[in-house]
Each structure stands twice: as structure tokens, then as C-alpha cells.
Ligand binder design. Structure first.
Ligand code: ADP
Ligand code: MG
Length: 292
């Protein structure tokens, strides 16, 4: 493309709320054959709510929720915020905690009221050698509904399952349809539970799901998807997404995302809507057509 046509293209994109940080990205985007999207905060709003709390028969639900929330109050994960909010809505007072540990992509651990608690994904409790017991069925059922199940263990015994659910962003369904119309494969990358991810992907009509990806595994996921489908654009918002945004042929950051994500991206969405990405693709194709 000529410098002038690229200027026109990036200018048109800017009017549509899409900022091209590099002119080449307009050309690279045109030859992309797959678009991979982060789930939490990109396809969904990233502000989950607690929807379910199932406890063992001999367990006091509110007492346990207070302990769990006290621990999650030390985590910045959106899941943690959802649990703390739920405890505040029930007007529970949070006990003091100590020895807090966070394990990225797994869960959290701390000591409170004389007990050791772990809260997190099935793989976290399994890694510690805990039995999930009948809570596994509850968790699977909740995950099938597109909710994220978390297990709670007290002193090494699984005693509860919590589910949190996130809402799809307004433009997500429409954007996936439009990507398909542009002939693109659409993939989702997430650290979330496989069942949960697949239930959400089904609602959106997504072709390929990379689930249970650890925070440092997103780059590997991008490489695998590129091998499967060819040139790749990745859309993400979080700190965890920065390496994948840099690895992708075109990295697209959601503008309301973290600074690190924005700095690693070639393209930034000024509006909080994936339909901006659809516009970016359309403009990249139109721009290059003009100069033929
Ligand atoms: P994502 O950004 O897709 O949610 P993460 O890597 O941040 O992926 O988290 C993956 C999984 O790790 C979560 O779905 C959850 O099961 C578990 N997890 C992470 N942080 C917490 C936390 N603070 N409390 C409980 N579980 C957590
Ligand atoms: Mg995210």
C-alpha cells in the first residue's frame, strides 16, 4: 500500500474508534485468517457475579462465605471481587486472615479462624491431592451453564462449590458473526474451566476453544492457533494478554484494558466494543483494494 492510502485507512479507522499504532498493522490485518480472543474482559464484561454457593451439610454457609471473602479480599482477580461483593450484600463481617498466597491461574490460600483454606479451580485442589467428591458433579453442572465453578477446601477437605458468572459484552455475538462473514476462523483463549469455556463459546458460535490456559501459556496458545489456521490477530485486555498481543501477527487491545496490554498492541480499540475490530478488518481490506 502507498503511504497515502495507509494514512487514509488509519484515519478512517480512527473515526470508527480504532487506533492503529503502526501503519503496517493495516496490511497485516488484511491477510489474517484467524482471530483469537481472550474471554474474560474481552468477549465478556469481566465483572462476574456470584450465582451459586453449595456447601456440605455440616457447614454453616454464611460463616464459610465470610472466611472465603476475607481471603479473596486480598486478591485482585475479578472472581475475588465477585465473592467479596456477595459477602458484603449479605452484610457479613470478614474475619482477619494470615499467610495469604496467590497461585496464578489456580487459586488462593490463607489461614483464618484457625483453619487453612484453599479456593480455586479443580486443578488447584487436585494438585494438592484433595478429593473433590460429590462436589465435582455440582461443579460440572454449573460449568455446563457457562458459570465458573470454584472449590473451597478447609483443612484439606473439599466443603463447598462457588459459581461465578460473567455477562457477554453487547457486541460479542454480532462481532463473531461478522468475523465469520469475513471468512475468518474465530478462536477463544481462556484460563477458565473447559466446560465453562465451551458453554460460552457455543453461545457465541466460536470455532475453536483453548481453555485452562495458564497465564504464561497464552503465547503458546497463539502459536498453536497460528499453526492450525495461519496469520493471526489476537484481541485482549489484561496484563496476562500482553505477551500474546506481542506474539500475534496483529495485537489488538481493548482500550479500557490495562496499560501493559495497550503498550503491547498494534491496534487499540477506543470504544469498548468488539464491533470496532470488525470495522478494522473491513477498513484494512477496503484500503488495500483502493490501491490495486
Ligand atoms: P481468566 O483470566 O480466564 O479468568 P486466570 O488465569 O486469571 O484466567 O484464572 C484461571 C482460573 O484460576 C480461574 O477460572 C479460577 O478457577 C482460578 N483462580 C484464579 N484466581 C482466583 C482467585 N482469586 N480465587 C479463586 N480462584 C481463582
Ligand atoms: Mg481478559
Amino acid at each position: 500500500a502507498t503511504p497515502v492510502s495507509i494514512m487514509v485507512g488509519t484515519g478512517r479507522a480512527a473515526e470508527n474508534g480504532v487506533l492503529f499504532r503502526k501503519g503496517e498493522a493495516l496490511q497485516t490485518l488484511r491477510s489474517a485468517s484467524v482471530i483469537a480472543l481472550d474471554k474474560t474482559g474481552t468477549l465478556t464484561k469481566g465483572k462476574p457475579e456470584m450465582t451459586d454457593f453449595e456447601v456440605a451439610e455440616d457447614t454453616d454457609e454464611n460463616a464459610l462465605l465470610a472466611m472465603v471473602a476475607a481471603i479473596e479480599d486480598n486478591s485482585e482477580h475479578p472472581i475475588a471481587e465477585a465473592i467479596v461483593r456477595a459477602a458484603k450484600e449479605r452484610e457479613l463481617s470478614l474475619p482477619p486472615i494470615s499467610d495469604f498466597n496467590t497461585h496464578a491461574g489456580m487459586g488462593v490460600q490463607a489461614q483464618t479462624e484457625g483453619h487453612r483454606l484453599e479456593i480455586g479451580a479443580d486443578r488447584y485442589l487436585q494438585k494438592l491431592g484433595y478429593e473433590l467428591g460429590a462436589f465435582k458433579d455440582t461443579a460440572d453442572k454449573l460449568a455446563g451453564e457457562g458459570k465458573t465453578p470454584l472449590y473451597v477446601a478447609v483443612d484439606g477437605k473439599t466443603v463447598a462449590v462457588i459459581a461465578v458468572a460473567d455477562t457477554l459484552r453487547e457486541g460479542s455475538v454480532e462481532a463473531v458473526k461478522a468475523f465469520h462473514q469475513l471468512g475468518l476462523k474465530v478462536a477463544m483463549v481462556t484460563g477458565d474451566n473447559r466446560r465453562t469455556a465451551e458453554a460460552i463459546a457455543k453461545k457465541l458460535g466460536i470455532d475453536d476453544v483453548m481453555a485452562e490456559v495458564m497465564p504464561d501459556g497464552k503465547v503458546e496458545a497463539v502459536k498453536q492457533l497460528r499453526q492450525r489456521y495461519g496469520q493471526l490477530a489476537f484481541v485482549g485486555d489484561g496484563i496476562n494478554d500482553a505477551p500474546a498481543l506481542a506474539e500475534a501477527d496483529v495485537g489488538i487491545a481493548v482500550g479500557t484494558g490495562t496499560d501493559v496490554a495497550i503498550e503491547s498492541a498494534d491496534v487499540v480499540l477506543m470504544r469498548d466494543d468488539l464491533r470496532g475490530v470488525v470495522n478494522a478488518f473491513a477498513i484494512s481490506r477496503a484500503t488495500l483494494r483502493n490501491i490495486r
